[in-house]
Design a protein around this ligand. Structure first.
Ligand SMILES: Cc1cc2nc3c(=O)[nH]c(=O)nc-3n(C[C@H](O)[C@H](O)[C@H](O)COP(=O)(O)OP(=O)(O)OC[C@H]3O[C@@H](n4cnc5c(N)ncnc54)[C@H](O)[C@@H]3O)c2cc1C
Length: 211
């Protein structure tokens, strides 16, 4: 049987994590932390001494470096809408909430692409595409709260999945932070990006999601 990993308890270690994001974005107050520990249905209840809310990719990378160096378990969290508890710190892990990384960096109608940070709420991405006269076809009941990072982590499907593919089929490339370092993986000629099944672009021109 797998043993549960211990949660971090050392105040000095927690202070090192907090210093990365600043006191304002390192939550330790139980009332402030509570919303990050359970999901809407109350099926999963976690515990954590610390919720970190990084505002830059560099801060995410620094958190993961320290976690790697100290063997500290962390749980990434986006909109906290997941239905199977993956975002819940069940064993006292440090929560890394990506919600502040919520910038849409670019919408390019010429290449039918957009570049989003992990914490962009799905509905906001849809709106940005629509404003540019395009359709971002990922659509599901949690779209007002769930984030692009969570959509990719769960490979969400939703109402447009049969016509346009699931979340990962809509992605051309991503920049990901691993525990020891940050890596960028643009699409390469050796490994061409996966295309939506029935369309040749990531942001197909406005069309009904269901056909
Ligand atoms: C009302 C409702 C309807 C839904 N309908 C559908 C549906 O039709 N089809 C479908 O496929 N799904 C559906 N879902 C599930 C939905 O896909 C997920 O809730 C959503 O994709 C999770 O996004 P989130 O930002 O809330 O992630 P969270 O719930 O915060 O996290 C989910 C998982 O992703 C990980 N994660 C989150 N962000 C990151 C990140 N930046 N980097 C790495 N890992 C990360 C977390 O650790 C966790 O394991 C529905 C959910 C709800 C509540």
């Amino acid at each position: 049987m797998l043993s549960k990993p211990p949660g971090p308890a050392d105040p000095a270690l927690l202070a090192r994590f907090a210093a990365i994001v600043g006191a304002r974005h390192a939550l330790t107050d139980p009332a402030a932390i509570a919303p990050y520990l359970s999901e809407e249905r109350g099926l999963y209840q976690g515990r954590s001494p610390l919720v970190l809310r990084p505002g830059t990719v560099a801060e995410v990378a620094a958190i993961l470096e320290l976690a790697s160096e100290t063997g500290t378990p962390v749980v990434p969290q986006g909109g906290n809408t997941g239905l199977v508890g993956g975002q819940t710190p069940l064993h006292g892990e440090v929560v890394v909430s990506l919600r502040r990384l919520d910038r849409i960096r670019e919408v390019d109608p010429t290449s039918n692409t957009m570049t989003c940070e992990a914490g962009v709420v799905l509905a906001k991405a849809q709106e940005a595409a629509a404003t540019a006269g395009r359709l971002f076809p990922l659509s599901l009941g949690a779209e007002g709260s769930c984030t692009i990072g969570g959509n990719l982590a769960t490979n969400a499907g939703g109402t447009g999945a049969l016509a346009y593919g699931v979340a990962r089929e809509l992605v051309l490339g991503c920049c990901a932070c691993f525990r020891a370092r940050a890596r960028s993986r643009p699409p390469s000629s050796a490994s061409p990006p996966r295309r939506p099944r029935s369309h040749s672009s990531t942001l197909p021109r406005n069309a009904p999601a269901a056909r």
